[in-house]
Design a protein around this ligand. Structure first.
Ligand SMILES: Cc1ncc(C[n+]2csc(CCOP(=O)(O)OP(=O)(O)O)c2C)c(N)n1
Ligand SMILES: [Mg+2]
Length: 374
């Protein structure tokens, strides 16, 4: 069985709050914030040197595109929040702010023909897979110019052409479908890899365990990415999960696994590249637990009274975009002027998307029963 990442050792620390193995109920939901942040900061500082080295050996054009996609994701979603409050977007809307390094680091290591599936927190993944910001914004508006003609909305971005298979609202539902996508690729011999994203709250469901068991047993070319943003709606991981390590759960199925710092886009890329190689060359699955933090509420309607401002601010100090820019500056790849130009491009792309969505019509009544399967 392939070795797991040494960084996971940090997770195996004994829980000092537990007495006779039982955590006091009052503390059960409250993480030891300082400990977690210190662990992540120490991990990042350790990796910083190698991250700068990785940057130095990575193609400059690729680095620019990685940073552009991260900044575009951020600027685009900040705009989503703004227009949502203006009433231009209706229904559920889950933002990805703070988690950009995961989608960009992992997906930009794929081939365009590889397949991706995710949860309802899907706007950034859709754009990284090649769906235009215009088509994503129009979809959010429920307009005909959207990637699924305005019929899916925020949670159901989809494009067969781009090998992007949703956008799923049922927590964990996409784990079974993603496993099936990898099965299909193997059966047909297409050489594709399937990347399947889900949140940490999905891991407590049966579908996660059934899928991992099958994927390892049948040697499927799938990469499971658990985006551990530490909350499932208003419930922290500590309150809902008996074990701290999600990556380790893969060991029950003798599956390769790694714990990755999700604030570090280069670390995410490297871990995904190892998993892609394993999937492509050996037809074997991998589970990556990539830990980040959700800077915004669960959705636009979340009052957020289950965590403190201090906790959010602590994690914002490790903003994945700011950290990447710092390393790019230290490695002397880009200057502040370059960062400004990239941000400007992202603002312009978002403005074009808004204009397109504003001008796109709502679907005609004749569309009502088209593309509906029952
Ligand atoms: C099967 C199922 N149960 C409950 C819900 C309600 N629900 C929607 S999102 C969510 C939390 C999921 O959290 P996580 O998997 O960590 O993803 P995140 O929102 O953090 O990205 C829940 C419980 C649902 N959509 N589906
Ligand atoms: Mg979560």
């Amino acid at each position: 069985m392939p070795k797991t990442a040494t960084s996971r050792k940090a997770q195996a620390k004994p829980d000092k709050t537990a007495k006779n193995g039982v955590k006091p109920a009052a503390q059960n939901g409250r993480r030891d914030l300082t400990e977690v942040v210190e662990m992540m900061s120490a991990e990042f500082e350790k990796r910083r040197k190698s991250q700068i080295e990785a940057i130095k050996t990575t193609d400059k054009k690729l680095l620019r595109e990685m940073l552009y996609q991260m900044v575009l994701g951020r600027v685009f979603e900040e705009k989503c929040a703004e227009v949502y409050r203006m009433g231009k977007i209706g229904g559920f809307c889950h933002l990805y702010i703070g988690q950009e390094a995961i989608a960009i680091g992992s997906m930009m290591a794929l081939e365009p023909s590889d397949m991706v599936i995710t949860s309802y927190r899907d706007h950034v993944q859709a754009m990284v897979k090649g769906i235009t910001p215009e088509a994503v914004m129009a979809e959010l508006y429920g307009k005909i110019g959207g990637c699924v003609k305005g019929k899916g909305g925020s949670m159901h971005m989809f494009s067969k052409e781009h090998e992007f298979y949703g956008g799923h609202g049922i927590v964990g539902g996409q784990i079974g479908v993603g496993t099936g996508m990898a099965y299909a690729a193997k059966y047909k011999g297409t050489g594709q890899v399937a990347l399947c994203f889900f949140g940490e709250a999905a891991v407590n469901q049966g579908i996660f365990h059934e899928s991992l068991n099958m994927a390892q047993l049948w040697k499927l070319p799938v990469i499971y990415i658990c985006e551990n943003n530490q909350y499932g709606m208003g419930t922290s991981q500590e309150r809902a999960m008996s074990s701290r390590s999600i990556a380790k759960k893969a060991e029950s199925y003798e599956m390769a696994n790694e714990f990755v710092d999700g604030m570090d886009v280069m670390a995410v890329r490297e871990a995904t590249e190892r998993a892609i190689k394993r999937a492509r060359e050996e037809s074997l699955p991998t589970l990556l637990e990539i830990r980040s933090y959700r800077f915004m509420g669960h959705s636009m309607s979340d009052p957020g009274n289950y965590r403190t401002r201090e906790e959010i601010a602590k994690y914002q100090e490790r903003d994945p975009i700011a950290l990447f820019e710092r390393s790019l500056r230290d490695a002397k790849v880009f200057t502040d002027k370059d960062f400004e130009a990239i941000r400007q491009e992202a603002i312009e792309a978002t403005d074009r998307a808004i204009k397109f969505a504003d001008e796109s019509p709502f679907p005609d009544e004749s569309e009502l029963l088209k593309d509906v399967y029952a």
